[in-house]
Write a protein that binds this ligand. Structure first.
Ligand code: I3P
Length: 337
């Protein structure tokens, strides 16, 4: 979801190693950037650069950049829109949210289109009104796997060598002896470990990726855990302009109060959904709720409150605990400035 002119996608090691949107208006490499940035930022920049398409909006051309999610899922759309590969579960959510009070907080869904035999959702490009934006993807919730994924994996466990590799890259001591012998782990095992390693379990949200206005990007937040570390990272993303943090906090409070009474929100387990933060040096700043690929209706028309502790079977996702924590960290940053 983004528009303007040079887009570069940083794809790192796997499809989920992608920052959701990255924007480089000069479409050029910041060759000396690496020296200025910390090592984690360097690392990411030196891995892979991928510009899937250039967007055009009001005569501006800009690279559209994907910072997270599955590689190859996006295409340029008409002015002010991007195309996202159609997933039926996500399509259903977008249709419902367009009739819910949450509508102003999600990218507008503009119907479906076909391209080269594939179906896409046409979505509002969230970056098109910004000037060299800073973009951050925060994945919400205390867990990133659906309950149905757990039960399926129990019935039919399948081993993933790629996930074992991703695990040992972050922590070679994480696998058990048996997992080391198999050189493979199950997906739920990987996802649970990933949630524990990051701030998902302790804060009910985690930073997935950040792209700064100078083009530096990082997705190296797998071990960013604990309030202090998270606060430092958010502070560095937001920068010095008080207008930006004020707008972010106001918008998040509005999202929270709307979610608390949204019918859609009450009736869905919202897993793997992100909040996309975008601001630029003019003080323009906004946040949207994105990604409904793993947002699933609660069975039997029941409701959840998104704050009750998750135990398997109750479908709770801790989304609002995450939002409470996120707002509280941002308020602390606001108080420091
Ligand atoms: C990925 C991340 C994704 C998940 C993906 C993981 O791990 O947890 O959310 O996709 O599973 O590989 P990481 O961020 O550490 O790279 P889904 O949310 O769609 O399940 P996948 O490889 O099976 O797509």
């Amino acid at each position: 979801m983004a528009d303007s002119l040079h887009m570069c996608i940083l794809e790192v090691l796997s499809k989920h190693f992608i920052l959701k949107f990255c924007y480089d208006p000069d479409m050029k490499e910041n060759s000396n950037l690496e020296e200025k940035e910390q090592s984690s930022w360097k690392k990411i920049r030196s891995i892979i650069r991928w510009s899937p398409f250039v967007q055009v909006f009001k005569k501006n051309r800009y690279p559209w950049i994907q910072l997270a999610g599955h590689q190859g899922n996006f295409q340029a759309g008409e002015a002010g829109s991007v195309l996202k590969k159609l997933d039926v579960r996500e399509q259903k959510c977008f249709k419902e949210v367009m009739d819910d009070i949450l509508r102003p907080y999600v990218p507008e869904y503009r119907g479906d289109v076909e391209r080269s035999g594939e179906m896409y959702l046409q979505l509002q490009d969230l970056l098109c009104e910004f000037n060299s934006p800073c973009v951050m993807d925060i994945k919400m919730g205390v867990r990133t796997y659906l309950e149905e994924e757990l039960s399926k994996a129990r019935k039919k466990p399948s081993l993933r060598k790629d996930m074992y590799q991703k695990m040992i890259e972050v922590d070679p001591n994480a696998p058990t002896e048996e997992e080391n012998q198999q050189q493979a782990i199950t997906k739920p095992r990987y996802m649970q470990w990933r949630d524990e390693m990051s701030s998902s379990v302790d804060l009910a949200f985690r930073i997935e990726g950040i792209k700064k206005s100078d083009g530096a990007s990082s997705k190296d937040f797998k071990k960013t855990k604990g309030r202090d570390k998270v606060l430092e990272t958010l502070k560095s993303f937001i920068g010095e302009n008080p207008e930006v943090i004020n707008k972010y906090i106001q918008r998040l409070r509005a999202i929270r109060i709307t979610q608390e009474s949204s019918e859609f929100f009450k009736r869905h387990e919202v897993i793997g959904s992100s909040l996309l933060f975008v601001h630029d040096n003019t003080g323009n700043a906004n946040v949207w709720i994105i990604d409904f690929g793993k947002t699933e209706p609660i069975p039997d028309g029941k409701c959840i409150d998104h704050r009750t502790e998750w135990v398997e079977g109750n479908h709770e996702d801790g989304y609002l605990n995450g939002l409470d924590n996120l707002i509280s960290v941002l308020e602390e940053i606001q108080g420091l400035s």
